[in-house]
Design a protein around this ligand. Sequence first.
Ligand code: AMP
Length: 216
Amino acid sequence: MLNIILMGPPGAGKGTHAVWIAKDFNIPHISTGDMFREAMSSGSELGNKIKDVINAGGLVSDDLTCALVKERLSKPDCANGYLLDGFPRTIPQAEAFAKMGDELGIGANLVLNISCPDEVLISRIAGRRVCPHCGASFNVNTAKPKVEGICDECGTALIQRKDDNEASFKVRLENYYKSTAPLLDFYQEKGILATFDGNVDAASLKVELTTLLKVR
Ligand code: AMP
């Protein structure tokens, strides 16, 4: 069973690789970032509460995030594997997640970590355009859509995320090194961490990830 956590700094390629992994291995893709963006665009109470924090590149509180993930992981489609993208992002979240994994009998058994140098991340984030409908990700320099500004997958007009600006990116990267990177040691100690070089083209990394996932 594939109970996967996908980790890496902003712009490493988590979203891009999450989409095909979920499809090829038939497991739900659970992205806390997508869940929060959906809440913001629906104008729900949760969305209004978290909007300013997210747009500035900050982290949503551990309590709110963990409650949302627990509810999602309790759904029956997670009983046969899942792909968590963007969670856990802090040590308290990792501890809460270990507890819910035990309770639900679905603890993580593989952490895929995509590493990438900071200067590559910043240029990827500046050029990133995403589909607000299906979540597909493109880049105006390196991964252009077939028709400029339009999603290849579903034909929706692409947008630039509000937090994909230089100031918010700086905060996100700082948060990554301060709060999220320490989780790598946490999962290394558990013996479930596999690290990949994300500074390659997406097709090459897909081959490497597939090789590992197929033998699991
Ligand atoms: P992402 O799509 O993973 O880049 O997430 C976008 C934003 O959502 C982040 O910059 C945070 O503001 C928020 N977010 C996503 N996941 C988490 C999490 N696990 N904990 C706290 N905030 C999160």
